[in-house]
Design a protein around this ligand. Structure first.
Ligand SMILES: Cc1cc2nc3c(=O)[nH]c(=O)nc-3n(C[C@H](O)[C@H](O)[C@H](O)COP(=O)(O)O)c2cc1C
Length: 241
């Protein structure tokens, strides 16, 4: 079979982590399109457990770039996006979805009630409780159940919950980077930042929020030369069964 190429694949294969940007303005429409692409990513139980901070004013950008350890992509970007895993958003999200379902004719009362029940169970399951007490009890229960039943383990501790939310947040980040590429601008994902200071700067709560990455966004400096892109060979990363 020949290699198929289309716009989406081109954006995926052309995307690079750009290290130096040149100053360009990102229009409001482009900003909205990029952010919309991010939130269209799939997420666990459609919970969309994240919040994005789009930093574009000069003063805020300078402060955030400094907390990204003064890295060149951060210092030269037209905008910085801070992607935050937000485990405090779950109740509001399920209530929002419930309201949305109630406002539409496609959903029967039975469907709405079923969603309401599932959301309630989810909330109980996903509640680590004070000092992780519920998490420990739930872990014991699930461990015993798993001895005789095939089942998945839900995120139980706060750490599990952040790991769980980070997966969905990262998928949204990738969508954002591919969308930016498709629109002719470039990005650099960064985990080189001072998480404690950046969280404080954004007014985040350690209980509910964890910064997953910061994405520098802008137009690649025309004169910059990208190093060749290396990837492990397919057979080193894939097992076909
Ligand atoms: C989670 C994550 C964190 C990263 N952190 C940084 C960073 O702090 N600074 C940086 O310059 N690049 C960072 N990168 C970019 C990688 O170095 C880059 O993606 C990798 O070298 C492959 O290059 P390519 O994306 O151009 O193919 C990060 C990438 C990822 C996915």
């Amino acid at each position: 079979m020949g290699v198929i190429m289309n716009g989406t694949l081109e954006a995926i294969f052309h995307r690079r982590a750009v290290k130096v940007f040149e100053p360009v303005e990102i229009s409001e429409e482009m900003r909205e399109q990029i952010l919309n692409a991010a939130r269209h990513a799939p997420s666990s139980f459609n919970t969309q457990p994240y919040r994005f901070y789009w930093v574009e004013t000069a003063k805020e950008k300078t402060a955030v770039a400094r907390l990204c350890l003064g890295q060149k992509p951060a210092e030269t970007a037209s905008a910085l996006l801070v992607a935050v895993a937000d485990i405090g958003s779950l109740t509001a999200t399920s209530q929002g979805q419930l309201e949305w379902m109630r406002s539409r004719s496609e959903f029967s009362e039975a469907k709405i009630r079923a969603y309401e029940r599932t959301a309630k169970i989810g909330r109980i399951l996903f509640m680590p409780g004070p000092f992780g007490i519920f998490a420990a009890i739930k872990w014991g229960m699930f461990w015993l159940l798993n001895l005789w039943k095939v089942m998945g383990m839900p995120p139980l501790s706060r750490q599990d919950l952040f790991k769980w939310a980070t997966k969905s947040t990262s998928l949204a980040c990738e969508n954002l980077m591919i969308a930016a590429e498709a629109l002719g601008i470039n990005t650099c994902p960064m985990e080189g930042f001072d998480g404690r200071r950046l969280s404080k700067y954004l007014g985040l709560s350690a209980r509910y929020h964890e910064i997953v990455m910061v994405i520098a966004i802008g137009k690649r400096l025309h004169s910059s030369v990208e190093p060749p892109q290396w990837r492990r060979p397919l057979e080193a990363t894939v097992t076909i069964l």
